[in-house]
Design a binder for this molecule. Structure first.
Ligand code: AMP
Length: 397
């Protein structure tokens, strides 16, 4: 996961920067201020307790904050990570954050302090007050908020300085300049984490070719469950023998389209590969997850390796082009059993649509996805993906 907190006085530009970060890195955005305002709008018990404190520019109690944070973090733990805005705001909340992250087997990568002078904060907030509709963006309350910041929030920096994950940015720069600095910080953080790429696409979209090339060029381990299972059968391992016996007793049929080897045989193999990154910078999954169950299993396995970050590519190819490609493949050395007739090709594509697309959709909802135009030569498609990777081979992977 990539977990980041934006720190700085009110008006530093945390909310503005968050918008781009959330989109770019697929993080789940948590602004305690927004959450509290929502509680107030729904007139909940928490909202009623927080209302007056916020109106006067004070800080809501840590007791309330821990309740809302625990809920929102647990409900969204499937994301690439969290982006915190306006939290932690007290020393106690820094400990709370550490505990909440630990519970998810992860930690905060860094706290980015966007530093601006007090008077700059006041003038920005007064300006924002003209359009924000926020009752706390007026001069008296702004001064109170800044006093609270100096007294209770600034000490939080020591907590993170001691842990070595505090980074400072000059917030007086332009929005774009601050954005660039944050981007550099996060790319550096990403270079320390394992990157997982998941390639989604219909059969014939080029996943294997692209996956292998990406793996080679970005030093990732290519995980194709189909290939792994074939290998197990070939070397007659215990799992290989079990698969063979499923063929022998008819539970699996060789030339039947879309049959899946049972998860209890596949999962240990994937787990073994994940446990031994072998100097690789991460993994690239092709053909997995293929069912709803597998998508939960994969998320669980990846979560066990806390320093992971997932990027999902969806390779889009029009159906007629897929059929043409598969038919052509059927005449080549890399032919699959389902490439041999139009009937089988269509059956395989339909099967993919019915079984795998719902999994894509669930996965994409959680992790977000990057759509790639899959038409043209494989080199062209590869270059489109490489462009989106935005990780320079030398610097980051
Ligand atoms: P913000 O939108 O982050 O400027 O927050 C608006 C107001 O919500 C603050 O002035 C506080 O009253 C309250 N608030 C937001 N986050 C926290 C927090 N982590 N701890 C305590 N109070 C908070």
């Amino acid at each position: 996961m990539l977990n980041v907190a934006l720190f700085g006085p009110p008006g530093a530009g945390k909310g503005t920067q968050s918008e781009f970060l959330v989109k770019k890195y697929g993080l789940f955005y948590i602004s305690t201020g927004d959450l509290l305002r929502r509680e107030i709008a729904s007139d909940s018990e928490i909202g009623r307790e927080a209302k007056n404190i916020i109106a006067q520019g004070g800080l809501v109690s840590d007791e309330i904050i821990v309740q809302i944070m625990e809920k929102v973090i647990n409900e969204n733990s499937g994301y690439n990570g969290f982006l915190f805005d306006g939290f932690p705001r007290t020393y106690v909340q820094a400990y709370i954050l550490e505990g909440l992250m630990l519970k998810l087997n992860t930690s905060l990568n860094c706290l980015i302090d966007i530093d601006i002078p007090e008077e700059e904060a006041v003038s920005r907030l007064l300006h924002r007050g003209k359009t924000s509709g926020r009752s706390d963006d007026n001069e008296v309350v702004i001064r109170n908020r800044l006093d609270e910041y100096k007294e209770k929030t600034l000490p939080v920096l020591n907590f993170f300085r001691e842990r070595g994950n505090l980074v400072k940015i000059d917030g007086r720069q332009s929005i774009e300049e601050v954005q660039n600095e944050i981007r550099k910080i996060l790319q550096l953080e990403l270079s320390k984490t394992l990157i997982n790429l998941v390639l989604f696409g219909y059969p014939g979209s080029g996943r294997s070719t692209l996956g292998r090339k990406l793996a080679q060029n970005y030093n990732l381990e290519y995980i194709s469950t189909g290939d792994i299972l074939e290998k197990e059968v070939e070397i007659k391992s215990d799992i290989g023998k079990k698969i063979l016996s499923l063929y022998e007793n008819g539970q699996l049929q060789k030339d039947k389209v879309g049959q899946l080897v049972p998860d209890e045989l596949v999962v240990p193999l994937i787990e073994k590969r994940l446990a031994n990154p072998d100097g690789k910078k991460g993994f690239i999954f092709k053909g997995y997850p293929r069912t709803m169950v597998q998508s939960y299993i994969l998320d669980g396995l990846l979560k066990k390796h806390s320093s992971t970050f997932t990027k999902v590519f969806e390779i889009e190819v029009p159906t007629l082009l897929l059929i043409e490609r598969l038919k052509r493949r059927g005449k080549s050395d890399s032919s699959r059993n389902y490439d041999l007739s139009y009937e089988k090709i269509i059956q395989r594509l339909l099967e993919h649509e019915q079984k795998t697309i719902p999994v894509f959709n669930k996965y994409i909802k959680i992790h977000g996805s990057i759509k790639i135009d899959g038409t043209g030569t494989m080199d062209t498609v590869y270059n489109r993906i490489a462009q989106k990777m935005e990780f320079s081979r030398n610097n980051h992977l």
